[in-house]
Design a protein around this ligand. Structure first.
Ligand SMILES: O=C(O)c1cccc(C(=O)CC[C@H]2O[C@@H](n3cnc4c(=O)[nH]cnc43)[C@H](O)[C@@H]2O)c1
Length: 271
């Protein structure tokens, strides 16, 4: 089915490529596929939760375009990004671990001079605003009730054979191509891992006032291009297991004394 469908969902699940969302789509009930301007969506149910899943394509432009288009059409209560990431060796993550982003950092914006880089903050130009406060490319994801809830459902530490950690994720347009670049990014941005979509999705969600969670399995050490070191399938499987635990626990409904609370807008603010 194609067209300009508009609807609503509790959860919008986004991955850059099909393998990042298909295992979750296959676990939904009553799945229905629809074509849209940014590719196909899959609508289904996880218990009572109405879930829409979509593939954004790789990189920030694909991710931002798809996110804006999907938010317009589906008005989700919550967005969740799943996928893989490369871990910086100076941080606590190892291949197979799962990183839940406490903040996502835009790693490409700023000024590149012969003597080094200057951040958006250093040049005084914000990339977005949250409740009137300028944001220069670091988007906190740890202030929503959903983030607090998932920390309770899946606390830091061992989860079967791997570890779950909560920490900063850097988004880059160009993957770290060797260990020197990875080390430089680790020191400059104070992030534990890198991906290619996270900050773009967060920035668009911020503009729409929709909260977002981001969960990535570590597929490789950042800066290592030799695929013999990569464990992509394992990383995605671990990421999906964590997401499944959240969904089984009833995300994204926010239970309160009075029943289900209206979702707060971005960053835990009230609408
Ligand atoms: O060919 C390479 O050297 C290479 C190195 C790292 C990643 C790629 C990709 O094409 C994967 C991009 C895809 O996966 C996420 N991802 C996974 N690991 C990393 C990483 O180390 N650095 C940045 N992104 C990574 C990313 O979000 C994309 O969706 C190729």
């Amino acid at each position: 089915m194609t067209g300009n469908h508009r609807g609503r969902c509790d959860l919008l699940l986004l991955g850059a490529v099909e393998s990042e969302i298909f295992p979750m789509v296959s676990r939904l009930a009553r799945v229905r596929r629809r074509s849209g301007p940014f590719g196909d969506t899959w609508e289904g149910f996880w218990g009572d939760l109405q879930v829409t899943a979509a593939v954004t394509g790789i990189g920030k432009v694909n991710a931002a375009g798809a996110t804006a288009c999907l938010l317009e059409r589906w008005a989700p209560s919550l967005v969740c990004v799943v996928g893989s990431a490369g871990a910086y060796s100076g941080g606590p993550l190892r291949v197979g671990d799962v990183l839940v982003a406490s903040e996502v950092v835009a790693g490409d914006e700023g000024v590149w001079e012969s003597r080094g880089f200057r951040s958006m903050r250093a040049i005084g130009i914000p990339l977005a605003h949250d409740a009137g406060k300028p944001l220069f490319g670091r988007y906190p994801l740890d202030r929503s009730p959903w983030y607090r809830r998932i920390r309770e459902i899946t606390p830091v530490g061992a989860f079967g054979t791997f570890h779950i950690r909560y920490g900063p994720l850097l988004t880059v347009g160009m993957v770290s191509g060797d260990e020197r670049i990875a080390l430089e990014r680790f020191s400059r941005y104070d992030a534990w891992a890198e991906d290619m979509e996270g900050s773009a999705v967060a920035q668009v969600c911020l503009r729409y006032g929709v909260p977002v969670l981001q969960c990535r399995g570590i597929s490789n050490p950042a800066g290592v291009r030799d695929k013999a070191w990569w464990r992509l399938e394992e990383a995605l499987d671990h990421c999906h297991r964590v997401l499944q635990r959240w969904l089984d626990a009833g995300l994204p409904a926010e239970e309160t004394e009075n029943g289900t609370e209206a979702p707060p807008s971005w960053n835990g603010r009230s609408p």
